[in-house]
Write a protein that binds this ligand. Structure first.
Ligand code: NAI
Length: 332
């Protein structure tokens, strides 16, 4: 029996979380869910979008499945997603992106993994007004975090049968910050001589990913580049409704979530594609050493996509969240 913290989230979160829970139940893997509330809806009740209780539950269980949480743009409260990553020290964001059968895209051979440093860079939240009309926003890069993410990328490549790691940077302009990042990844690469290592400037990388995505295997980068390029990678395989992610912490804590947000435009209408969160749950099953169940869910998802009869609007179909989930469970 595994005990897992479940944060359904807001917007389409409760709908896709319900779908993922139903699919996991259908695998027969015994999971006890500890349901926790977070996000905008709980501020009045707890005084914070991220109550301590949620963090304590994840620390206790060491694993969590999470739906999206909305963050207001500009003003308002700070992102509960970023707060979760900080408080749990979830330093590595891992997004495997692979061409899925039956999904029409421009490419048919994408199989790459974006490893994004999750703890620093321009996301440290250190901004201030120098004088009215001038804002300074600080990019923080540390040797500790760069070495940690570099080593993580090479270890991931080794453990997952990957042959190449690409470090993505802009060290030609940010000579000190990205220079330090590169120096650390180079150090990590020397510890894994069997893995091929290359470096690529981020703007060129964006073009190469669109022109020849098949040339990439494991890509490691700082927070901001990772945020942008991992969404680009999602687009290569059919969009946000299909992309899963894992957030891994130093102390073995792992939080699994879809890459997409709370999609307020379709929330509450049974229209959301639950596959991204279901595939995030597949990553979680693998993490829990339930590899056999993980493969069965993956096959079931592939079958439903290939048949194309029960797919949601974002994939060109007309099925509801409930219908596609029923179809995946039937395929299991
Ligand atoms: P979004 O990912 O919620 O939506 C972008 C577009 O993709 C929308 O048209 C939406 O309908 C569509 N979409 C997203 N997921 C889908 C799914 N599963 N099935 C079908 N269509 C889907 O991004 P947006 O609009 O930028 O953000 C909305 C809110 O979500 C914001 O408050 C943002 O802060 C939050 N957010 C939360 C994340 C998280 O919890 N990890 C990640 C990204 C955004």
């Amino acid at each position: 029996m595994h005990t897992v913290t479940l944060i359904p989230g807001d917007g389409i979160g409760p709908e896709v979380s319900e779908a993922a829970v139903r699919v996991l139940e259908a695998t027969g893997v015994k999971i006890e869910w500890e349901r926790m509330e977070a996000g905008a809806d709980v501020i009045i009740k707890y005084g914070s979008p991220l109550p301590d209780e949620v963090v304590h539950s994840i620390i206790r269980n060491r694993v969590a499945l999470k739906g999206p949480l909305s963050t207001p743009i500009g003003g308002g409260f700070a992102s509960a997603n970023v707060a979760l990553r900080k408080r749990l020290n979830l330093y590595a964001n891992v997004r495997p992106v692979r061409t899925l059968p039956g999904v029409k895209t421009r490419y048919d051979n994408v199989n790459l993994v974006v490893v994004r440093e999750n703890s620093e860079d321009l996301y440290s939240g250190l901004e201030h007004i120098v004088v009215p009309g001038v804002v300074e926003s600080l990019k923080i890069i540390t040797e500790t975090a760069c070495l940690r993410i570099g080593r993580f990328a090479f270890l991931y490549a080794t453990q997952n049968g990957r042959k190449k790691v690409t470090a993505v940077h802009k060290a030609n302009i940010m000579k000190l910050a990205d220079g330090l990042f590169l120096e650390c990844v180079r150090r990590a690469s020397r510890e894994y001589p069997e893995i091929e290592y290359e470096e690529m400037i981020v703007d060129n990388t964006a073009m190469q990913m669109v022109m020849r995505p098949e040339r990439f295997e494991v890509m490691v980068m700082e927070n901001l580049y990772g945020d942008i390029l991992s969404d680009l990678a999602s687009g290569l395989i059919g969009g946000l409704g299909l992309t899963a992610s894992a957030n891994i912490g130093e102390n073995g804590v792992a939080l699994f979530e879809a890459v997409h947000g709370s999609a307020p435009d379709i929330a509450g209408r049974n229209l959301a594609n639950p596959i991204a969160l279901i595939l995030s749950a597949v990553l979680m099953l693998k993490h829990l050493n339930e590899g056999e169940a993980a493969h069965r869910v993956e096959h079931a998802v592939n079958r439903v996509l290939l048949e194309g009869q029960n797919i949601t609007g974002d994939l060109g179909g007309t099925a509801s969240t409930t219908q596609i989930t029923d179809a995946i469970i039937a395929a299991l």
